[in-house]
Design a protein around this ligand. Structure first.
Ligand code: NAD
Ligand code: MG
Length: 361
């Protein structure tokens, strides 16, 4: 098992990573949550695959456990779903010392976290992420919330979990496409803050993608460490935390243009990383070799390395909609080298469009 600490003072918490941790969840939570009542929030797919293992472990440790499923899919990451969960909390007689445990991907984690942040003004929250994306990204850092019909993640809070338990075995049932999508965020994390991880992906990325336990544990731990390091410095995104959005300005534009239907988020980020590198060649003098190395990682994982063709005007509008923007400037996070990146607000939109045109095909 590997342990990564998120050092946030009185809200500090451990992330535990390893194969088979689900069956130790009970003992791990015994010293973590205050009371003995737990509501597991999950969905039908994950519950059928992994729910019983978690419940058994929690019950063995003396917890009284209720489970509530939410419907699968981004469409259900909305306030009505949280409202149904409040009913489940009341029905299960959860009190101030009870805990919510999120068992699932990023959607379950974001929704369950918002529930925990708001039920009785905040009860203990634990993340048990079961997708690669949620293990390397969304379960760490305390952003929780739901979508509004006018925009993604418009309603939410910063609410840190008490513990994150990552059982890499749960990825054995994850569809291959979801593994690849999560891997897109892994490449992003390596590029923005971890040259050693980047080199490891170049030699051993295939091991990660075929879910070799040791490779997975290392990669998940490295990603959590980098994200924790950023969040420790800027928990509420007043500046630095924005670097976690490397590749996302282009990626979000692509998701917008394709109506969030064609690409998984991590796929859009993967091609977005190539675009960010290419743009950084012009703006920051990033060596061309870095762009090639990123492109190679993206291609080796079977992630998209090209943008689909859209008129430049559509791309311009989509880029201008990104929520990181202040006024009419488009913010780009660009790498200056492997493991270093900067937030730039004065990049020429024309140059970005030129890069997109080049990568279309
Ligand atoms: P997801 O939660 O939809 O999971 C993907 C699919 O995999 C779902 O169908 C799910 O039911 C299924 N699944 C989950 N675990 C499984 C398993 N072990 N075996 C088989 N199937 C399994 O998607 P995601 O990519 O994990 O998360 C995306 C969400 O995360 C988005 O809503 C995004 O906004 C959010 N997010 C949040 C943060 C944050 O900081 N809070 C960061 C990044 C993304
Ligand atoms: Mg992302």
């Amino acid at each position: 098992m590997t342990r990564v600490e998120v050092g946030l003072g009185d809200r500090a918490y451990p992330i535990e990573i390893g194969a088979g941790l689900l069956s130790q969840a009970g003992e791990r939570l015994a010293g973590t949550v205050r009371g003995n009542k737990i509501l597991i929030v999950t969905n039908a797919i994950v519950n059928n695959l992994w729910g019983e293992k978690l419940r058994q472990s929690l019950k063995k440790a003396g917890f009284s456990v209720a489970t509530k499923e939410i419907p699968d899919g981004e469409d259900h990451k909305r306030i009505e779903t949280v409202a149904a969960l409040y009913d489940a909390c009341v029905e299960a007689r959860l009190n101030r010392t009870s805990a919510v445990v999120a068992l699932g991907g990023g959607i379950v984690g974001d929704v369950a976290g918002f529930l925990a942040a708001t039920y009785m003004r905040g009860i203990d929250f634990v993340q048990v992420p079961t997708t690669l994306l949620s293990q390397v990204d969304s379960s760490v850092g305390g952003k929780v919330g739901v979508n509004h019909r006018e925009g993604k993640n418009l309603i939410g809070a910063f609410y840190q979990p008490k513990r994150v338990i990552i059982d890499t075995d749960t990825l054995s049932t994850l569809p291959a496409r979801e593994v690849r999508a999560g891997y897109g965020e892994v490449i992003k994390t390596a590029l923005l803050g971890d040259p050693a991880l980047f080199a490891f992906l170049e030699t051993s990325g295939a091991d990660v993608l075929r879910l070799d336990a040791a490779a997975l544990r290392r990669v998940v731990a490295d990603c959590c460490r980098t994200k924790a390091g950023v969040v420790e410095q800027d928990e509420r995104e007043s500046g630095l935390r924005a670097i976690l959005n490397l590749g996302h300005t282009f990626g979000h534009a692509l998701e917008t243009l394709t109506g969030y239907q064609t690409y998984r988020h991590g796929e859009a980020v993967a091609v977005g990383l190539i675009a960010a590198c290419r743009l950084a060649e012009f703006v920051l003098g990033l060596p061309e070799t870095v762009t090639s190395r990123v492109r190679n990682l993206v291609k080796a994982a079977g992630l998209p390395a090209h943008f689909p063709a859209f008129p430049a005007e559509d791309w311009r509008k989509a880029l201008a909609m990104d929520k990181k923007n202040r006024d009419d400037q488009v913010t780009f996070i660009l790498p200056g080298a492997i493991g270093q990146c900067r937030v730039l607000t004065d990049v020429s939109l024309g140059l970005a469009l030129q890069v997109i045109e080049e990568i279309q095909g």
